[in-house]
Design a protein around this ligand. Sequence first.
Ligand code: CP
Ligand code: NVA
Length: 312
Amino acid sequence: MKRDMISILDFENEIDETLDLAIKLKSHIKSGKTFQPLKGKHMGMIFEKPSLRTRISFEIGFSHLGGTALYLSPSEIQMGKRESVFDVARVISRYVDIIMYRAFSNKIMCELAKFSDVPVINGLDDLEHPCQIMADFMTIKEQKGSLKGLKLVYIGDGNNVCNSLLLGSAAMGMHMTVTCPLNYEPDNEVFARAQKLGEKTGSKIKIVREPDMAVMNADVIYTDTWVSMGDEAEKEERLKVFPPFQVNKKLVANAKPDYIFLHCLPAHRNEEVTDEIIDSLNSKVFDEAENRMWAQMAVIIKLLAPDAINEL
Ligand code: CP
Ligand code: NVA
């Protein structure tokens, strides 16, 4: 039976072991050793939106594991336009062993996963960005040892990254506070689901309107662009509403002194975060970007070659 990763909660009870596997892979390969359980395997990477990190980290990561990856640009497949999602899924499944899909629509993401015979990994859609969150959590684990009981504060737009962070934090027993302008809240259903899951794991999931209050005693401060891919038409309006939610020196003064700053990137310097913060010693954004590769390699092994884990 094939397995997908469309939501971070598809790995709900395995996040921590996936992080440990990613950390082990990172040190193994960085010490010059190889681990190639995916020799002869092929990955199709379908992109409807631009990318730096997702494209490179998946392609290089898959080749570290012995396989080959094929990049398909936004003009190529045209999912659901040039041909139906069903037909695309049936055809691609005949060529590749696994699909990575960066999509506009979570609905189409789910359809592709439903109709394809091979695992589908969500490389970002309008609802979630689960691979990003795996890398973020790996970075937090490297820096802080564990996630349970920490306080993560997300400042800015309640977007795909925020949604996956909510579900992942709740699964891990990490507290998460979101501070955002009115009408830019995370997805309602996701928020309710995270709160409910948090009741089981001991994670407090909140929205606090005032950024200065929200950031109090934060262990992790996280922000993302105010204008996600697909929201470009709202850019002017958004740039008027979001400035009070900028991560700057004054705001982080309320966090713990050893807080870490994370951002999925690309950053819009001096919009959602000032240079001073993103370039500070507290900022771990480039470790976070690197960890995309290790975390995704761990996810891919768990989906395609779980038995190989014992050989590492
Ligand atoms: N963080 C992230 O997904 O970056 P890209 O859009 O460059 O892939
Ligand atoms: N929220 C951003 C993340 C980019 C990696 C977007 O969807 O554009």
